[in-house]
Structure formats: structure tokens, C-alpha cells
Design a protein around this ligand. Structure first.
Ligand code: PLP
Length: 378
């Protein structure tokens, strides 16, 4: 049996998405910038995809720009804010993805941007009061960059409250929605969100494609120059197959959002209950009601639980020892360190999808019992 519990790293392509992409591969090849019929057909396809994404977010089509994924989208937002919108202070958190924290480091070194990192509590949540105080403490032009849900522990930020605070203090607000887009409803027309991002491979679309939402009030310049594709914001011939696949995956995810949510949450709940009952000294990291597909579990230090990710893999189970970007590194990730996690414990992130089953959960629990301490009364 092979069990894939690493859906926060990436997801498989759904057959419907693959079919859509194959249809485009077979039928369309024109360069979307060409004015002849073949080109126009590809152009129509891209603009249709943009419309579907904009509709799902209640954005306007002019606010969506296709990118290679969330990393590029987040870079565009942060770098553009500093370079083109006069931002000289970024308030962020200590548990952001490296595509935020490393970009902040770059902006600090190259542009002298002041970077203020909010600490988080044991569950990974920021303190809104601290954010409010920081915002009112200075008149510097500020960008707040706080992720919607953390990729390692699933902690969810209150977008609505953060957006309100930013509006009150005239700060720009960027949120990394790579983990929540197409999983939780996001309506940019309701909140004061300046930038957000999407990565198609997190919601059963192809890898290497995503988008950035840039609110029309914020005119930023591109990161790359060339043929002026994406209305000058992202030069280079568009990846029409992947854009079509992403739009299909996004539309399906929105249509099936409630159904998927319910199924995945019930798997996570069942898995958590069995872990807590049948294994010894289990600790769950993050909020109790964090993102429904992510479960970060710490096992007690024991010779049995060394090399846990590798042992699970040998038994046919794919999971992650932190975020995918840091797997293989034995130290606690920056996220686990920020929540004060005991580094002697071994942490595994299990992340589920609607394609998983109860039988898979049962299989994983039984296998875990062979490599971690089992509760004495079982
Ligand atoms: C929260 C978060 N932000 C950004 C990214 C980067 O996404 P991509 O590798 O598709 O650019 C990831 C992917 O792991 C993520 O989880």
C-alpha cells in the first residue's frame, strides 16, 4: 500500500485537470501574442482562465497576473511594494515561508527596508494588539505581510481583522494564501487586501504555475522585462497548458469546497483521535481549529522515532518532517522554533486531501505503532 499524506507539499493532478491540459496540448499551440487565429485561440484560453480565477476571488480580471507559482507572486508583491509604492517598513511574522522571509532579508540589505517580525504564541498565532500598536507607532509607509495559513502547522490568521487594522492605518496588506487558496473562501472585494498569491499545485493543478492578485490601487512594476506579456507585468510567452489546467483545478476546488472540507476534516479528526488514544505522549502543534488538511504531530524522543520520515517512506507512507523546503534538515524548522517546540521531539506533518481514505489512516496508525512508542494501556 502507498499512502500520500503530504498534500501541503504538493497534490497530484486530478484526472479532469489532466484531460483539460491534454485537450489544450492537442488542440492549441499558437502564441497568445500572435494576432492570427492560432494565436487568438490561445489568447482566448488564457483570458477565460483569468476570468475564472478573478470570479472565484471576486477580483477584477485586470488584477490577476499569471506567474510560475506563489514564490514569484510573493516576490512581486514585496519587491514591488518597496521599489514602486514607497514602502520602507514591512511588518511580518516569524513563521512565514522562506519566500517571504528571504525576500525581506534581501529588501533590508538592498533597499534598507526595516523589517519588523511579530512573534507568535504557542499555537503560531500573532498578537493583533501588537500589530495594532506597531501600526500606530510610526508614520512610515508600511506593508503588512502575514500568511493566511502556515504550511507546517496549519495555524490560520484572521485576515478580516488584519485587513481592518491595515485599512485603519493606511498600510498595504499582503497575505501568502498558498495553503488556503481554493480550500477556504477568500473574497478580496470584502477585505482590504492589496496582494495575495496562488500556487496551482497546492490544489490539484499542475506545478510551476500560479498567480498574483494585485489590487488595482497598487501599480507596481514587473520583476522581468521583455515582450510585455501579462500587460507588461510578466514578460515571457505564457504557459498556456498549465494556465488552463490551473483554472480547471481552481474551478473544481471552488465547486467542491464544502464537500472536500467535510471529508478531509473527518479524516483529520479520526486520525488525531486514534493517535492520541493509541500512541504514547503525542503532542499536536498549532491551533486546534487550524487549517483542516494539516496536522503537525510531535512524537516523544525515542531511539524508535529516529529517522521517522524515512522509516515511514520505507513502509509506503509519504509525509513531511516540517515544510518540504526544509526536509532532510535535522534541526527544528524556524516555525517549530518560533512556537517554542521541544527540539528533542520528532515532528511529522501529515497533510490530507479528499482523495485519502479511512483505510489509509488505519494503515498509517498501525505502521506508526511500529516506529514510535505505543500507549502502555493499549
Ligand atoms: C505558504 C507557502 N508559501 C509559498 C510557497 C511557495 O510555493 P511555490 O513553490 O509553488 O512557489 C509554499 C509552498 O510550499 C507555501 O506553502
Amino acid at each position: 500500500m502507498r499512502v500520500y499524506f503530504d498534500n501541503a507539499s504538493t497534490t497530484p493532478l486530478l484526472p479532469e485537470v489532466k484531460d483539460e491540459m491534454i485537450k489544450v496540448i492537442n488542440d492549441k499551440f499558437g502564441n497568445p501574442s500572435s494576432i492570427h487565429r492560432d494565436g487568438r485561440q490561445s489568447r482566448i484560453l488564457i483570458e477565460e482562465a483569468r476570468k475564472q480565477i478573478a470570479l472565484g476571488l471576486k477580483a477584477s480580471t485586470g488584477e490577476i497576473f499569471f506567474t510560475s507559482g506563489a514564490t514569484e507572486a510573493n516576490n512581486m508583491a514585496l519587491i514591488g511594494s518597496v521599489r514602486d509604492l514607497g514602502v520602507n517598513r514591512i511588518i511580518t511574522s516569524s513563521i512565514e515561508h522562506h519566500c517571504i522571509s528571504h525576500t525581506c532579508e534581501f529588501l533590508h540589505q538592498q533597499h534598507g527596508t526595516s523589517i519588523v517580525e511579530l512573534s507568535v504564541d504557542k499555537s503560531g498565532a500573532i498578537d493583533l494588539q501588537e500589530l495594532a500598536e506597531l501600526l500606530s507607532s510610526s508614520n512610515e509607509k508600511t506593508l503588512v505581510s502575514i500568511m493566511h495559513a502556515n504550511n507546517e502547522i496549519g495555524t490560520i490568521s484572521n485576515l478580516e481583522e488584519i485587513a481592518k487594522l491595515c485599512a485603519k492605518h493606511e498600510a498595504l496588506f499582503h497575505t501568502d494564501t498558498a495553503q488556503t487558496l481554493a480550500k477556504l473562501p477568500i473574497d478580496v472585494s470584502e477585505h482590504n487586501i492589496s496582494f495575495l498569491c496562488g500556487a496551482s499545485h497546492k490544489f490539484f493543478g499542475p506545478k510551476g504555475v500560479g498567480f498574483v492578485y494585485i489590487n488595482h490601487n497598487n501599480i507596481v512594476k514587473p520583476l522581468m522585462y521583455g515582450g510585455d506579456q501579462e500587460r507588461g507585468m510578466r514578460s515571457g510567452t505564457e504557459n498556456i497548458y498549465s494556465i488552463a489546467g490551473m483554472a480547471k483545478a481552481f474551478t473544481m476546488a471552488l465547486e467542491e469546497m464544502d464537500e472536500r472540507h467535510e471529508k478531509v476534516l473527518s479524516l483529520k479528526t479520526y486520525f488525531t483521535q486514534r493517535l492520541l488514544q493509541e500512541l504514547e505522549d503525542i503532542q499536536i502543534n498549532g491551533q486546534e481549529d487550524g487549517l483542516y488538511n494539516i496536522l503537525s504531530v510531535s512524537f516523544p524522543a525515542s531511539p524508535k522515532s529516529e529517522m521517522l520520515v524515512m522509516n515511514l517512506d520505507i513502509m509506503g507512507i509519504a509525509a513531511s518532517g516540517g515544510s518540504a523546503c526544509s526536509s532532510g534538515v535535522e534541526n527544528d524548522s524556524h516555525v517549530l522554533q518560533a512556537i517554542g517546540h521541544d527540539p528533542s521531539r520528532k515532528t511529522i506533518r501529515f497533510s490530507f486531501s479528499h482523495l485519502n481514505t479511512i483505510e489509509e489512516v488505519d494503515y498509517v496508525i498501525e505502521k506508526l505503532k511500529t516506529v514510535t512508542p505505543v500507549a502502555v494501556d493499549i
